[in-house]
Write a protein that binds this ligand. Structure first.
Ligand code: ZN
Length: 72
């Protein structure tokens, strides 16, 4: 079960919008020469709470919960 106050790429201060809301671009991983495109609801050991509020995690959870219903 996903909790909104957990650790996720979508609420990390290194994330940028990519394939909103399910995937994000991580500038930390990019700097480390790792694949920078990650799941919004994943997180790594470099996680740092984002300072500005955004809706990435909330929207990713919504998308995940929609499942097949969201497919056209
Ligand atoms: Zn965000």
């Amino acid at each position: 079960m996903v909790e909104n106050d957990g650790k996720y790429c979508g609420n990390c201060d290194s994330h940028n919008s990519y394939d909103y809301p399910t995937k994000v671009f991580c500038s930390t991983r990019y700097a480390q020469n790792k694949s920078p495109i990650v799941e919004t609801l994943w997180h790594c050991e470099s996680w740092n709470r984002v300072s500005q509020e955004c809706y990435c995690v909330r929207e990713a959870v919504k998308e995940k919960n929609n499942g097949d219903a969201s497919q056209h």
